[in-house]
Structure formats: C-alpha cells, structure tokens
Design a protein around this ligand. Structure first.
Ligand code: NOJ
Ligand code: CA
Length: 570
C-alpha cells in the first residue's frame, strides 16, 4: 500500500502545506450544504457570507477541507443539482467576489476547498437548453442534449418506457417554437435536469473551461456528481426498460451506466488538474459495481472515488470489517486512498439510522439496503420507533471507528452535533423532487437538509437573523453548537478532540487487525502505535494496555462499555 509521510507540524494551519500534493489522501473533508449551513442576511437561505462568518468554527473543528454542494444559479428543482450556470454563484447565495473572499478565509486557516461539479445534466434554465428549445429539431443547439422524436404515429409516446431515478418517465416532451407538440428529451433525474450529450465536443470543452474557471479561483478539488453516467450509447433501436435492466452493469458496455469510454473524459480532466500546482483533486460519486470503482479512483482518472458501503451497513462488527477490508483492497488496486462516508445530503442521518429498529424489521422500504431509515421517514418520523440515545451512542462509536481508518473521511454538516434526521416535515414544506415525484412512496431527503442549529434560541436557532427555509423542530435547541460548546461529553467536543488527535496520529495508510476474542468487538492497530477498539455489542470489553487517548463513552472500571470506541496509544 502507498504511504504518506508523517506530518511534523501538527495541529496548526500549516499542517497542510499548500505545496503538498498528497493533502487529500487522508483528509477529513466537511461537506457544506450551502443553503442550510449559515444565513448571514436573514432571508432564510444559507449564503457565502454565512460560511465566511463560520470559518473560525470550521477551523476549530479541525477539518482539512470543505466540500460545497452546488451554490451555482439554480431554480432549485433538485436542491441546486440543477445548475443554470456553472461559472457563477446564485445571487441568493452570494457573488463571485464573496466566493473569492470565502476561499481566502478558508485558505488562511489551512482549509482546502472542494466544489461540486454536476456534469451529467444541467438545469432546464441553462442558456444552452433554452437555445435548444428555441432552435428546434435537427439544430446544433439540440445536439448538446439528448433529443429524440417520440414513438407512435404522431410521436406522442416517449421514445422508450424508461423511468427516471426520481420516479416518473425519463423523457419529457417539448413544445416546438411554432407551438406544436414536439420532440422528447432525456433526463435521468428530474424533468428540470436535461442530460447533456457527452458525444458533443462542445459539451466536453465547456466543462474543461468550468474546471479551469474554479481552479483559477483557487479551488483545490472537485466532487463529481453521477460520474458514471456521462457517456451513453443511444443508437437506435433503443432498448426497453426491461431490456436495459437485463444488460450487465459491470462490463463497461451498458448503454447508460459506467461505460468504459467515460474514462476518456476523466483522462482529459486529469490533464487540467495536473496543470496546476499542486494538482487539483477530484472524487467521483460513482454508484458502480465494486470491481469497477478503482478506475474512477486511479491517478490517470479522477484520483479518488466515494466508498458508500459503510453507510449502507447496520451497526455490526462483521459488516463493518468486511467493508473496510474490501475497500482497502480496492484502494490499493487504484493507488488511491480509501474514502469513508457515514452521512451526506442524500441519506438519513446516521445518528437516526442507528437508532431505528434493525433493517429487517423496517417495513415499507423497497430498496432497504441503500435507503436505511427511508421507511421511518415515510411514516412521518414516529418518535416511538427512534431510540435517540442508542442512535447517538452508536453514531459516536462509528465516527471514532471511521476517523481512525486509513484514508479520507467525508463528514456531513451537523453530524458533529449528533444531529438527527428531521422526520416530521409537513408535506407542504417539503422541497425535494423525490417526494413530489413518488407520492406515498418516498418523502425525500429534506430531513437531513434542515438548516443547522447554532444557538439554543432565535428565530432559526442561530442559523441566521431570520427564518429557516425548511422548518426546524424544537429539539434542535439542545443539539445546537451553543448547547454543546465546551461541554466535555458533547458530540461536538468529541469530534473536535478526534479531529485534532487524528492529525497527530495519521501516518502510513495501513492497518493491522488485532484479535479481540469476541465477534462483536473489532480492533485494529495503525502504524505509529495506536489501537482502535470498537465494541459493537452491549457487554463491556477489556481494553488493551496503553494510554486511552479518547473514548466515545466514559469507561467503566477501565472497561469499554457497549456500543463504544476507544483510541489507545501503545
Ligand atoms: C447525486 C447528488 O448527491 C444528489 O443530491 C442529486 O440529486 C443527484 N446526484 C442528481 O444530480
Ligand atoms: Ca441568506
């Protein structure tokens, strides 16, 4: 396995020297969902000035980088993942000048900046899509997207019966400039997110321009949305949905997903990344078969890929160990470092997932393996099914386990507060298209996107001087930063201690499993003499000899209680 040199200037902003091209390999990256992080002007929507005002908080937290979900102009049909202009800031969030100020403020604290690139689809508000509609069938403008004539005698049927990821048909019919019903365009996600035609060199060139635009502004890296869907083989006759589903996804020849030639795009992007010093980094969001992931993460490609398998597991020793062993093997294959994720803006927060009944007992969710907690959200978030304390206890243990692993950890805003999913958002307050497009089947992802509580009181718990764009429950008060700041047993202080220690402890990207004699207790040793013990069971367990550096729960007579993790220096 590849190793990284030990940092000798620990705990100070300089620990990530600008010239260190490997900064990303074991970075703790904090995901900011800009509209819900901090609101400076009181309009209820988080903004760049809000982020700037919280740079001291981010610095004190001890993270190495922030990743910003889209802050670009957007009609918000999909929380900003419907981008109307890739090279600007949504006026409700700020300006380019404020973006530069934010980057400077973060860099001054040694925090790197990663931005989200959404290349599979734009917003239907994007100037190119508007031009495509105005220019009509057969025009070069339409060639930037995926337009087809409809099926049936009069073209009134969609070209295929494909369903979009968000539910409903994957094709939408347009009205031609002369007012007649016209062609159909493909959208793998919402109708407001038309898919680009990546066979068109203009599309390719435009994204290279976007990558340079942000790199020139000092952005250190990129998170690539739906990285496995860009290239498509849509030669006629198009397959039906049933035929499409029958085509294997792991061989690089599926018409839509994970085609081999997508890597030609990333090879081009790599040249752009490497033309900067230090090279810009990228992490792929690629929901592909395991054996296909290393290529996205290779040094010739994006360089790193998300590992989501940990977040789909129950709190279980064998399941966690299997994922870690597998992921480290895959990372070694690609030459990249592994990535760990427990929460993000698309899934039920992990404090809540771990507080729900076992998956097998959760009814109503069709894709249970990827949608833990979805049934609970669908049921309106009943409190009597959620054991908050168990969820938080396990979440703290899982987080200390995660932060001790070799590789980078991607943290989602609010998880450092032990924040739970908001399960009872009223239907008329919801925003996520997955709710509107799947009535009665999916309530969507708004519950993990509720604006953060910074204070116990105030119109939006300190999120801003005004309201919050999604309703915050009363229980946010006790999870607020104000309520936890300086409280030694709080989740916030645990994250701060863990992140500070992690900087001192991380060395070579290897681990060695230690036999614990118990199926429900995992232990591993990292180079440099520290051991992590996680007790997934409920009975206490003895700890190996050494100095206890940190524990997710108070020890009892020197023993690690159930559902807890400890870091020990030996
Ligand atoms: C993945 C993003 O994480 C999600 O929020 C978004 O809805 C889809 N990609 C479509 O862009
Ligand atoms: Ca605002």
């Amino acid at each position: 396995m590849t190793s990284t040199p030990q940092t000798d200037v620990v705990g100070s902003p300089q620990h990530l020297a600008a010239e260190d091209p490997t900064w990303w390999r074991q970075a703790a990256v904090y995901q900011i969902y800009p509209r819900s992080f901090a609101d400076a002007n009181g309009d209820g929507i988080g903004d760049l000035q809000g982020i700037i005002s919280r740079v001291p908080y981010l610095s004190g937290l001890g993270i190495d980088a922030v990743w910003l979900s889209p802050f670009y102009p957007s009609a918000l049909a999909d929380g900003g993942y419907d981008v109307a202009d890739y090279r600007d800031v949504d006026p409700r969030i700020g300006t380019l000048e404020e973006f530069d100020q934010m980057v400077a403020a973060l860099h001054a604290e040694g925090i790197k900046v990663v931005v989200d690139i959404v290349p599979n689809h734009s917003s239907d508000d994007h100037v190119w899509f508007r031009q495509a509609l105005a220019a009509g069938p057969g025009s070069p403008e339409r060639e930037r997207y995926i337009f087809r004539d409809g099926a049936g005698d009069d073209g009134s049927e969609p070209p295929t019966d494909w369903t979009s990821i968000f539910g409903g048909p994957a094709w939408t019919r347009v009205t031609e400039p002369d007012g007649t019903p016209g062609q159909w365009y493909l959208h793998l996600f919402a109708p407001e997110q038309p898919d680009f035609n990546w066979a068109n060199p203009e599309v390719r060139a435009d994204f290279l321009k976007t990558l340079r635009f942000w790199s020139d502004r000092g952005v250190d890296g990129f998170r690539i949305d739906v990285a496995h869907a860009l290239t498509k083989d849509l030669t006629d006759p198009l397959p039906s949905e049933a035929e499409l589903d029958a085509i294997p996804r792991g061989e690089g020849q599926h018409p839509i997903w994970d085609r081999d030639e997508v890597h030609e795009i990333y090879a081009e992007w790599r040249k752009v990344f490497d033309s900067y010093d230090p090279p810009r980094t990228a992490v792929a969001e690629a929901w592909v078969e395991r054996h296909r992931r290393p290529r996205y993460a290779s040094a010739e490609g994006l360089g790193q890929a998300f590992e989501f398998d940990l977040l789909t597991q129950e709190f279980d020793a064998a399941a966690f160990k299997e994922v870690v062993v597998d992921s480290l093997t895959l990372a070694a294959e690609s030459g990249s470092s592994s990535t760990w994720v427990l929460s993000n803006h698309d899934v039920v927060r992990h404090a809540t997932r771990y507080g729900l009944p076992p998956l097998a007992d959760q009814v109503g969710s069709t894709e249970q393996d990827q949608k833990q907690g979805a049934a609970w959200v669908l049921a309106g978030g009943p409190e009597d099914q959620l054991d908050r304390e168990q969820g938080e206890r396990r979440a703290r243990a899982a987080t200390l386990f995660e932060l001790a692993l070799p590789g980078s950890a991607y943290l989602y805003q609010g998880e450092e507060l032990g924040l739970h999913e908001v399960g009872d958002i009223a239907d008329d307050a919801r925003q996520d298209p997955t709710f509107f497009r799947n009535p009665g089947v999916d309530k969507g992802r708004d519950g993990c996107r509720v604006p953060l509580p910074w204070a116990r009181t105030g119109s939006s718990f300190g999120f801003g001087p005004g309201p919050a764009h999604l309703p915050q429950p009363q229980w946010f008060a006790e999870y607020s930063v104000e309520a936890q700041d300086g409280q030694q047993d709080s989740t916030l202080e645990l994250y701060r201690s863990a992140l500070r220690l992690r900087r001192q402890l991380q060395t070579a990207e290897t681990l060695e499993w230690v036999d614990t004699g118990r199926d429900d207790v995992l232990a591993f040793r990292r180079p440099g003499g520290w051991v992590t013990v996680t007790n997934f069971g409920t009975a206490e367990t003895p700890l190996p000899a050494g100095e206890v550096l940190l524990a997710s729960a108070p020890l009892r007579d020197g023993q690690l209680p159930g559902e807890a993790t400890a870091w020990i220096r030996q």
